[in-house]
Design a binder for this molecule. Structure first.
Ligand code: NAD
Length: 350
């Protein structure tokens, strides 16, 4: 028996990994990072409108699986994402993700997409957005500690949005730094692989830590961090998983996405519950000053928040419209009579 083709109501645009790769090259990666930075910033300016909740995390000995939902009242989004530091040694990604946008008025999905690449892009764009408000205006050099899957995206976003010209790499695995250096060849960035984290941060005005370890780690100690730098701490994003010595937090002014989530997951989990933080959206809207002087140490304690994924999904939806970078998938049941779901089932009966 031939099953009739699904109607338009059944079809949801799906962006595969292959199509995401094609889309990024079609637009140009630095342009994608710049546009995403602006889209995320625009949504941070509407921060108060959004539903906000700490992400729903399911922890295991090996890692974490998380759901990250939000809505602005018109569009709803969620991302499924995992974090498994031990995966890399098994030939698997530490972080993989996919996500969905839905129309609040009908509850119908309007986009389903891969988000492993999109997460790397949106995390880098969020770093760049924070650095645009917090890093010294004269910054030319960044240190990149942890040279895994996220690293090149982070470096290119700082180049595209802030005009960073030099990147100094360090990873405990020299092969990771070699990979990053190779991937950044021809990007216009001047890239140096360093033998220690201490040497990587020499002369850097922006220090990004992006390591993966399912335990408290000390990637930076207080004596390594000079006055005036901006630290972008990406890898400490789970209970029991941090990268900075707490003494750095005592000296720094710390900026966060959503305090109820960051106090559980971020670097600040090491501090008292009343450790002062500034919400990044308040800096973006101009309600609170970001960098106040050239001696201040600013810290973006990044954990990744659902609104950034919402922005990224919204961006992809706009960018694939009218292109061939998606496939319609038959995701939603479409009975001829909405009450006759059982009748629809009979369409495929032999
Ligand atoms: N904040 C966010 O929004 C966000 C988003 C994505 C990923 N992350 C986190 O960022 C981290 C990196 O993600 P990834 O996908 O690049 O992981 P990855 O496993 O691909 O890379 C991690 C790298 O860190 C290196 N490393 C581990 N310990 C180190 C140390 N002590 N010093 C220097 N290098 C060290 C590893 O050798 C590896 O190359 C993870 O912890 C992940 O959970 C955060």
């Amino acid at each position: 028996m031939t099953v009739p083709a699904p109607s338009d109501k059944a079809l949801v645009p799906f962006v595969s990994v292959e199509n995401m790769m094609r889309l990024v090259h079609h637009i140009g990666i630095e342009r994608v990072l710049t546009e995403l930075t602006d889209v995320i910033e625009a949504d941070f300016k509407r921060w108060e409108l959004f539903d906000k909740t700490p992400r729903v995390a399911s922890h295991s000995r090996e890692g974490v699986i998380e759901l990250m939902p939000t809505s602005d009242g018109e569009i709803y989004s969620f991302k499924y994402v995992n974090g498994h530091p031990k995966n890399m040694a098994e030939g698997l990604q530490t972080v993989t993700a996919f996500g969905l946008l839905a129309d609040v008025s009908t509850g119908y999905p309007v986009l389903l997409t891969e988000m492993t690449l999109l997460t790397a892009l949106r995390t880098a764009a969020t770093s760049a957005m924070a650095a645009r408000h917090l890093a010294p205006k004269t910054a030319t050099t960044m240190a990149m500690i942890g040279n895994g899957a996220q690293a090149e995206f982070q470096a290119l976003a700082m180049k595209a949005v802030l005009g960073i010209t030099h990147v100094r790499l360090f990873d405990i695995d020299a092969k990771a730094a070699e990979k990053t250096q190779r991937n950044l060849e021809g990007s216009g960035l001047n890239v140096t692989a360093c033998a220690t984290s201490q040497s990587a941060i020499e002369g850097a005005q922006i220090i990004t830590t992006c390591t993966a370890d399912k335990q408290y780690a000390t990637i930076l100690t207080d004596n390594m961090v000079g006055a005036g730098v901006h630290i972008n701490a990406i890898g400490g994003d789970c209970p029991g998983k941090t990268e900075l010595h707490r003494d750095i937090l005592s000296r720094a002014d710390t900026f966060v996405e959503y305090p109820p989530q960051t106090r559980i997951e971020g670097e600040i989990q090491q501090m008292d519950p009343d450790y002062p933080v500034t919400e990044l959206w308040q800096v973006v809207t101009g309600q609170v000053e970001g960098r106040k002087n050239d001696k201040q140490i600013t810290l973006f304690d990044s954990v990744g928040f659902a609104i950034e994924d919402f922005s990224a999904l919204r961006y992809v939806r706009e960018r694939v419209r009218g292109t061939s970078y998606f496939q319609p998938v038959d995701l939603i049941a479409d009975p001829d009579d909405p009450r006759d779901l059982f009748g629809m089932l009979q369409r495929a009966k032999d």
